[in-house]
Write a protein that binds this ligand. Structure first.
Ligand code: NI
Length: 177
């Protein structure tokens, strides 16, 4: 277990499509998840995708107890999601502010599907199938985008709604996640 350096935007590894996990409940996979949890906790993140620590596999983790950055957001249960598939439910989109550990110090207003179903597997190969909305749905979409080489700035519609935390939200304590 170790805290790993998080790759930052500009590193070509963040633009690559990650590969599916084939073998479950392996020492290697458990070790990767331990590293991801340690790294996410150390940086106080809401989620982390394996490519962000340089591992090109379709593995994400997320979970939010309470975020100073999203004081109105509901808690999101700690989840390991592997080989995910997201299905939007309906056409509704919502815009809200996002940050990313790979884009530290910045925030952007990002449209996401308001309601989604997500399916995948956990580290033991057991099936996950959840239907979620709002902030939970946003976190899942953000993390799964990393598996396809997409960072949130690529989804911003109005680039005047992209900038540094101190300029967008003066006087507020902001974390990266
Ligand atoms: Ni991110």
């Amino acid at each position: 277990m170790a805290i790993k350096p998080v790759l930052r935007m500009g590193d070509v590894r963040l633009w690559q499509r990650a590969d599916p996990v084939i073998h479950f409940d392996t020492h290697q996979l458990h070790e990767l998840l331990a590293d991801m949890r340690d790294t996410m906790q150390a940086l106080n993140g809401a989620g982390l995708a394996a490519p962000q620590i340089g591992v090109g596999l379709r593995v994400v983790i997320f979970g939010v107890q309470y975020s100073a950055r999203y004081p109105d957001a509901e808690a999101v249960p700690e989840t390991v999601l592997i080989n995910p598939v997201i299905t939007p439910l309906g056409d509704a989109m919502e815009e809200d502010w996002e940050g990313c550990l790979s884009v530290p110090g910045l925030r952007g207003l990002v449209p996401r599907h308001a309601h989604i179903r997500y399916q995948g597997l956990d580290e033991y190969g057991d099936e996950i199938d959840h239907t979620v909305s709002g902030f939970h749905a946003r976190v899942v979409q953000h993390e799964c985008d990393h598996l396809d080489g997409i960072l949130y700035p690529m989804r911003i519609r109005d680039m005047t709604k992209f900038g540094y935390n101190e300029q967008l939200f003066p006087g507020q304590e902001m974390q990266d996640e």
